[in-house]
Design a protein around this ligand. Structure first.
Ligand SMILES: Nc1ncnc2c1ncn2[C@@H]1O[C@H](COP(=O)(O)OP(=O)(O)OP(=O)(O)O)[C@@H](O)[C@H]1O
Ligand SMILES: [Mg+2]
Length: 175
C-alpha cells in the first residue's frame, strides 16, 4: 500500500465505539453533525468499504442536506448545502499532493478556515501536508466484532472536545 493509502494503526487512537450495521454508522454521523460549528476539518481513515461514505451520509443528513450524498471517488469533491456547507473529498485516486490545487483544495481550505464550511476527506493521506497546523478531527473505522460491525475511533489536534469524546466512546447520552 503506498503512503497515500496508508491507514493509521488503531492503537494510536482511543478505543472507540462500535456500530452494528450501516444504519448505526449513519446515525453516528448524524449525531456528530450536531457538534459541528463550521470550520472543522474531518479526516476519515479506514479501508475500502469501512463505512466512511456511510458516515458522511449521516453527517450530511444531520446538517440538513437534502441532496443525495454519493461517494466522491471519481468526482474527487462533492459539495452539499445544509446548516453548514460540506465539502466531501476522496483522495483515493489522487496520486500526489501536487494535484491538490487542480481540484481546488487550497480554496476549500481557505473557506473552511473562514468558518463557513466543513471539509470531510476520505483517504486523506495526500491532504496532510497541505493542512499544516490546521486543527483536525481524525476518525478511523476498523472491523468490529461481527461481519457488519465497525469500530469508530476518534482523535484530534487539538484534543477533541468532551462531547466528541463522549460520542466516540459510547458515552453519548443521546444514544
Ligand atoms: N457497521 C457498518 N457501518 C457502515 N457500513 C457498513 C457497516 N456494516 C456493513 N456496512 C457496509 O459496508 C459498506 C460501506 O461502504 P462505504 O462506501 O460507506 O465505505 P467507504 O469506507 O466509504 O469505502 P471506500 O474506501 O471505497 O470509499 C456498505 O456496503 C455498507 O452497507
Ligand atoms: Mg467512500
Amino acid at each position: 500500500m503506498d503512503p497515500g493509502h496508508a491507514v493509521p494503526a488503531a492503537a494510536s487512537f482511543p478505543a472507540g465505539v462500535e456500530t452494528t450495521g450501516p444504519g448505526e454508522t449513519f446515525g453516528l454521523g448524524e449525531r456528530a453533525a450536531a457538534l459541528l460549528r463550521g470550520g472543522e476539518v474531518l479526516l476519515l481513515h479506514g479501508g475500502l468499504g469501512a463505512g466512511k461514505t456511510c458516515f458522511v451520509q449521516g453527517l450530511c443528513r444531520g446538517l440538513g442536506v437534502t441532496a443525495e450524498v454519493v461517494s466522491p471517488t471519481f468526482t474527487l469533491v462533492n459539495t452539499y448545502e445544509g446548516r453548514l456547507r460540506v465539502h466531501h473529498l476522496d483522495f483515493y485516486r489522487i496520486e500526489s499532493p501536487a494535484d491538490l490545487p487542480d481540484i481546488g483544495v487550497p480554496d476549500l481550505l481557505d473557506e473552511v478556515e473562514d468558518g463557513g464550511a466543513v471539509l470531510v476527506a476520505e483517504w486523506p493521506g495526500p491532504l496532510l501536508a497541505a493542512l499544516g497546523p490546521l486543527p483536525r478531527l481524525e476518525f478511523l473505522a476498523t472491523a468490529g466484532g461481527g461481519p457488519s460491525s465497525r469500530r469508530w475511533h476518534l482523535r484530534g489536534q487539538p484534543e477533541p472536545a468532551a462531547a466528541w469524546r463522549a460520542l466516540f466512546s459510547g458515552g453519548d447520552p443521546a444514544c
